[in-house]
Design a protein around this ligand. Structure first.
Ligand code: BGC
Ligand code: ZN
Length: 360
């Protein structure tokens, strides 16, 4: 079958015919791939910037792809919740099987670090015509969401991060006088797919959202900001428009993007770090540390998501399909055939929010 293949730690990617025989075991499901999304992690692997990628045991290459949507083709013995024709999204991380978090399906909080991640580390991904997976790791998608469910995985990471944030912020009263979040300002650094999901989710929760980038918005970004009631700020030109923040979410990974904004953080506010890039630096002064201490500022890093967050993501997609269908349509900026995968993986198409590969 056709697959998008990389050699981890080497620059390059190709569409290859791979000879993989996957017998259908007990409790397993054969899934035909419909769409796979492309993100910064995939491009980091393809450009050999991500050094933690490695092939599955017994392979000298890695099949890329962790943002999948497929349709059930065949179910093995003992499969209870899925049948042929069901739409499914596979979970990315598979736990170590040893630590308690992994044992209860919270492998996103694995304590041993001995997990694998499909298409990233130690497990072949979903950029191939079909794959076999355990029923346990497949999240059922309502038919009505089939056009958008390829967005489930990236959104699940955002759902998890916000869940974490709201949990930790219960350390005091963080809601407003009317028990909503409508008095709270969230500053989102970055307007890629993850930044856009943070903006959508936080406006849905009632926050005032400010989207910050170092440049002006492109027409799609401007449309989305306006449509969801967020304010887009070009930090190179209009930094003084960035408000005092109750929450800053960095999706860029550039310390120089968020460290200069730390003085804007209010008492008891939170900084969520989500983006990652290598080799960047910026200075943090002791005065800044003093203000983080004196203001009870929370800093939380967040990665990955578990099955319950995938379900949470599907719930948000259902809400947004009614409320913001036009926005969801704009997030998927292009659907390309498999043959074009290497081209769009090696270089980000201009104006991209989310590029997806179409398999059927
Ligand atoms: C994926 C996560 C994964 C992470 C690894 C992200 O792109 O969405 O599932 O844990 O990469 O850094
Ligand atoms: Zn991703």
């Amino acid at each position: 079958m056709k697959a998008v293949v990389v050699i981890p730690k080497k620059v390059g990617v190709e569409v290859k015919d791979v000879d993989i025989k996957e017998p259908l075991g007990k409790g397993q499901v054969r899934v035909k791939t419909l769409y796979t999304g492309i993100c910064g992690t995939d491009r980091g692997i393809v450009n050999a910037k991500i050094t933690f990628a490695y092939p599955q045991n017994g392979f000298n290459f890695l099949i890329l792809g962790h943002e999948g949507l497929g349709i059930v083709e065949e179910v093995g013995e003992g499969v209870k919740t899925l049948k042929k024709g069901d739409y499914v999204v596979p979970v990315v991380r598979r736990g170590c099987g040893v630590c308690l978090n992994c044992k209860i399906g919270r492998q996103d909080f694995c304590e041993t670090g001995k997990f694998v991640e499909a298409g990233i580390r130690g497990k072949n991904g979903f950029m191939r015509e079909e794959f076999v997976d355990d029923e346990l790791w497949l999240v059922k998608v309502p038919d009505s969401l089939k056009d958008y469910a390829v967005l489930t995985e990236p959104l699940s990471n955002v759902v998890k991060a916000i869940d974490e944030l709201l949990f930790v912020q219960r350390r005091m009263v963080w809601t407003c006088e009317d028990s909503t979040f409508e008095c709270r300002n969230a500053v989102i650094i970055g307007s890629g797919p993850i930044g856009t999901f943070f903006s959508l989710l936080l406006t849905t929760l009632g926050f005032n959202v400010y989207i910050v980038n170092r440049r002006d918005p492109n027409p799609t970004e401007a449309y989305i900001a306006q449509r969801i009631g967020a304010t887009f700020i070009n930090s190179s030109r209009e930094k003084d428009k960035i408000p005092e923040a109750d929450l800053i979410v960095d999706t860029s990974g550039y310390p120089s993007a968020f460290i200069p904004l730390l003085p804007k953080m209010k008492h008891n506010s939170a900084l969520v770090l989500f983006g990652t890039v290598g080799g960047e630096k910026d200075e943090i002064t002791s005065d800044l540390i003093t203000s983080i201490v004196e203001k009870n500022i929370l800093i939380v890093g967040s990665v990955n998501a578990s099955k319950k967050d995938f379900e949470g993501a599907l719930n948000y997609l259902s809400i947004w399909k009614d409320r913001y269908r036009d926005v969801l349509d704009k997030i998927i900026t292009s659907r390309v055939p498999v043959e074009k995968a290497p081209e769009v993986l090696l270089r980000k198409p201009s104006g991209e929010i989310k590029t997806v590969i179409q398999w059927q």
